[in-house]
Design a protein around this ligand. Structure first.
Ligand SMILES: C[S@@+](CC[C@H](N)C(=O)[O-])C[C@H]1O[C@@H](n2cnc3c(N)ncnc32)[C@H](O)[C@@H]1O
Length: 484
């Protein structure tokens, strides 16, 4: 059952509260006007923060440790004590980020203690995290399929096939109703990546499994009409044979396309889908573009790619070294070295932004597909810049002299903005202020999809449930729907 945070009782009223939060001037300032990667550019993101926030972070901070105390307070959404003088507007934002997102705690069911573990043949290759997701997802899918008498499921973005295999090889995990266990399903496993499908088939061909229950299809899903013929053929000529469409961590727009395929195909009666990678959402005005619901469209919700990125934050992993106690001096020393290395790489990445506007370099896209660079690209910014520009293929058309001029500019930037805890602090404050908005963003996306489904006449029932423990796997909001 959809659980809303206090004091909301209706999804619409809750959507309005989310919309006014993400449309608020401070949300826009933090996600549109400023970005930590612009720290050394003329955009001067630090100076766009409210003046009293700048002063509070700057004041009496003589070291990164002191500043870290304030940032920790921001990350834990203002629960710290002894933080005198925190601006009221910052306190209000922290309070909003703590109280407005959808509740994410998994409520353990009683019968689950008796739930049967997955058999060894199915567990092959799965991490503990994946096993938990797949087992809980199975319970939800089986509840729906057995209630509606469905025997087939289309798994979108099936990846290595963990979910497909689980659904095809196991029966209901609940032992409280042993008289009517849900039967296993026949699967159509679809993925855009042939490597993933090949991996899935390799696991599926183990002697103890039954590969015939799974049909594999390499196909890129690009909209609600995708794979319609293949699905129809696979469902078979008997029009009464109906099925489910499912997706576990269907990246970005793939979740919207899965929803669209569910609505478009009259024989797909059930939907179970979990989203992830919100930075890959489709933006614009067409089908499957955020926001998809009339409610959020009417409320004029729109946001930047920075806001979408915030949606994929996992608040439990913000603390550097969180969750592991130091065991020896050697461990502490190595951890400190890793932190220093990470800080230096971030400093260099921020320096790269102004360098990219050098007149000799070709223009680059707004979202830079840089990825990680070899550790040999440190320790100087010159070596980092050379490595990054080469990877981005920006030096190919430059003469040797022009390349050297660009690298001289890199030396100059490194000298002007020498690595220093104050720069580091400012960059991290900006980064953290955006990260704290993640819960609002993810809740807005989940509610938008929920409301979109609610708006469709052919949809009988919609639910949004917490599928498993956030601490183990943070993308845990499961959207479930049924058609008449
Ligand atoms: C995050 S993985 C999840 C895999 C699997 N469902 C699981 O939970 O283990 C997402 C999968 O979706 C696939 N994928 C991404 N975009 C796709 C698209 N447009 N069409 C089909 N598959 C896609 C990727 O290749 C990847 O295997």
């Amino acid at each position: 059952m959809l659980l809303l945070p206090q004091p909301y009782t209706s999804p619409r009223e809750y959507a309005q509260a989310l919309a006014s939060a993400v449309n608020s001037p401070i949300f826009k300032t933090l996600t549109v006007e400023i970005h930590h990667l612009d720290l050394f550019t003329s955009l001067k993101p630090w100076e766009k923060l409210p003046l009293d926030w700048q002063a509070w972070f700057d004041e009496e901070c003589e070291s990164l440790q002191e500043l870290e105390g304030k940032m920790r307070d921001v990350r834990s959404l203002g629960r710290g004590s002894g933080l005198i003088g925190r601006p009221d507007s910052l306190t209000e934002l922290l309070e909003l980020c703590r109280t407005l997102p959808l509740p994410r705690e998994y409520v353990r069911k009683k019968e689950e203690e008796e739930s049967s573990p997955l058999p060894k043949s199915v567990l092959v290759g799965m991490s503990g995290k994946k096993e938990l997701e797949v087992r809980r997802f199975r319970d939800i899918a089986f509840e729906l399929s057995s209630r509606r008498g469905l025997r087939k499921a289309v798994d979108i973005g099936a990846g290595q096939g963990y979910l497909s295999r689980t659904l095809s090889l196991t029966t209901s995990s609940s032992q409280t109703q042993p008289s009517s266990p849900a039967s296993s399903l026949q699967l159509l496993a679809i993925d855009a990546s042939s490597t993933q499908i090949l991996g899935s088939q390799t696991f599926g061909s183990k002697p103890s499994s039954s590969p015939s229950a799974i049909t594999y299809l390499v196909q890129k899903i690009e909209g609600a009409h995708s794979a319609s013929k293949e699905i129809e053929t696979w469902l078979g000529p008997n029009e009464e044979e109906e099925g489910l469409i499912i997706g576990l961590h269907a990246c970005g727009k793939l979740t919207d396309d899965t929803i669209g395929m569910f609505l478009r195909n009259g024989r797909l009666k059930g939907l179970v889908v979990v989203g992830c990678c919100y930075h890959h959402l489709r933006s614009g005005t067409g089908e499957g573009c955020f926001p998809t619901s009339k409610v959020f469209k009417d409320l004029g919700v729109e946001w930047s790619s920075t806001a979408q990125m915030a949606g994929v934050q996992n608040v439990t992993s913000w603390e550097e070294g969180a969750g592991s106690e130091p065991t020896s001096e050697e461990v502490v020393r190595r951890r400190e070295e890793r932190r220093k290395g990470a800080r230096l790489r971030t400093h260099h990445r921020r320096l790269l932004t102004p360098l990219l506007s050098h007149p000799f370099l070709p223009p680059t896209p707004h979202v830079l597909p840089l990825g990680s660079l070899p550790s040999s690209s440190s320790p100087t910014f010159r070596s980092y810049a050379l490595s990054a520009l080469t990877k981005l293929n920006l030096l190919a058309s430059l003469s040797t002299d022009q390349t050297e001029t660009v690298l001289l500019e890199a030396d100059r930037l490194e000298e002007e903005f020498a690595e220093d805890w104050r720069w580091e602090g400012k960059g991290r404050v900006i980064e953290n202020l955006v990260k704290i908005l993640g819960g609002l963003v993810e809740s807005t996306i989940a509610m938008d999809r929920y409301l979109f489904l609610k708006e469709q006449e052919e949809v009988k029932k919609v639910d949004l449930v917490v599928g498993w423990e956030y601490e183990v796997s943070p993308r845990n909001l499961v959207l479930v729907a049924e058609k008449w």
